[in-house]
Unconditional design. Structure first.
Length: 399
């Protein structure tokens, strides 16, 4: 099919959630993707922070193909060997003592929320159900996660939202303190806000938040769906801050491109769920878990987090030099390979289009903001190429 045919069929048969798009991607290899018309792009979006090993990494291809020939699905009515091996691997490399596997980030959030409430109710009584989240956060699109997401634009049209949520200002500990009452059981936070604009929490705030939670018997839940798994230069974002959560959510990169989400927990929280209190048909299936094991082998075995820190700082310097040359760039922000650029004018779409023409994929977050989540395997030469394309896109905007 060519692009025009694909567009027509999408408009006719797909619900209008994603709107019109410019290209249809049909192939990927390493840091490159190709569209239906044969054009090649350097991919600095990585499936929105999913393709950390790039596309069709041999280790993922091998793990998925061999598992496909063995057993694709069987349900959690039976033990699943790759699921327990994955859980063991995660626990041996993190604070976690137990895991639950879901399929997406939003589902990991649902699991984390249910675990927090179930634990708190059992331990402290029925009145404990309140969750504090943050303005400008993003936790997914299910009803509970839309409610947890502190941005009205994701909530409008879906009211009534779920009861039991309150919102605090990010990086403002007094604001969190003010929201705590006798119902509060936990705080859910992205250590680096992703969708909200690549805004890192400060070290001081994270430490204060841990202390505040301890003083008030609140569970601290880290949503590391976007910022975890090497992206900010440590295997887990909590390690960057040296602040240990009670519950942690993973998804996106974990499956090497195959959908999987995970809820991690330590201490007595890890043992809180009773049999049949939470479940999912597909969660922890053999295929996704085998792929995730292959991903983590690469992440841990090749220390991709350290690589993300090093190449991320190189790339950020290059972006800073772009900012010095082009006054339309207001700010360059981010840690490791989780980066954003803010413009002083609403030119993000135009910038994206010029980059697309030049063979580079970037992600428009807002009219005046783009986000970059390249694979962790990028080389300096890829950063230099992206720099060149961006520079020429900015010259065109200026012109
Ligand atoms: C921090 C964070 N949490 C949760 C989600 C939801 O993940 P999913 O789209 O897999 O449901 C996202 C997705 O962008 C995210 O960035």
């Amino acid at each position: 099919m060519n692009l025009t045919e694909i567009k027509e069929l999408s408009q006719k048969y797909l619900m209008n959630t994603y709107g019109e798009r410019d290209v249809c991607l049909v192939k990927g290899e390493g840091v490159y993707v190709w569209d239906s018309e044969g054009k090649k792009y350097l991919d600095f979006v990585g499936g929105i922070g999913v393709c950390d090993l790039g596309h069709c990494h041999p280790a993922i291809v091998e793990a998925v193909t061999s598992q496909v020939c063995q057993l694709i699905h069987c349900s959690n009515l039976y033990y699943i060997e790759p699921q327990v091996r994955l859980a063991q691997m995660i626990c041996e490399h993190s604070f976690a003592e137990k895991c639950f596997f879901a399929n997406t980030g939003a589902e990991a959030g649902e699991g984390a929320l249910k675990l927090a409430r179930y634990y708190a109710k059992k331990k402290f009584g029925e009145q404990k159900y309140g969750i504090i989240t943050f303005y400008n956060s993003f936790h997914g699109r299910t009803m509970a996660m839309v409610t947890a997401t502190g941005q009205e634009r994701f909530q409008r049209g879906f009211e009534p939202l779920l009861p039991g949520f309150k919102y605090a200002e990010f990086n403002n500990i007094d604001s969190v303190r003010k929201q705590i009452d006798e119902t509060t059981c936990g705080v859910m936070i992205e250590p680096v806000q992703g969708e909200g604009g690549i805004v890192p929490a400060t070290q001081e705030f994270m430490q204060d938040l841990r202390q505040l939670c301890d003083e008030n018997n609140l569970l601290l839940v880290f949503d590391e769906v976007q910022c975890g798994l090497g992206r900010i230069g440590t295997n887990f974002a909590y390690e960057y801050y040296n602040v240990i959560p009670d519950i942690l959510m993973l998804a996106k990169a974990l499956g090497g491109g195959v959908p999987i989400g995970a809820v991690l927990a330590g201490g007595e929280v890890a043992d809180a769920f009773d049999v049949s209190k939470h479940a999912t048909t597909f969660g922890g299936n053999p295929l996704a878990c085998s792929s995730a094991i292959a991903f983590l082998n690469e992440l841990f075995g090749k220390d991709l987090a350290a690589r993300a820190a090093e190449i991320g700082s190189y790339f950020k310097q290059r972006l800073e030099s772009l900012r010095e040359q082009h006054s339309v760039i207001k700010e360059v922000r981010g840690i490791g390979l989780m980066l954003a650029m803010d413009f002083s004018k609403p030119v993000a779409r135009e910038f994206y289009r010029h980059c697309l023409d030049g063979g580079l994929l970037v992600n428009v977050l807002k009219d005046d903001r783009i986000r970059l989540l390249p694979p962790l395997i990028i080389e300096k030469t890829h950063c230099d190429k992206a720099f060149e394309i961006m520079n020429s896109a900015l010259e065109k905007i200026g012109a």
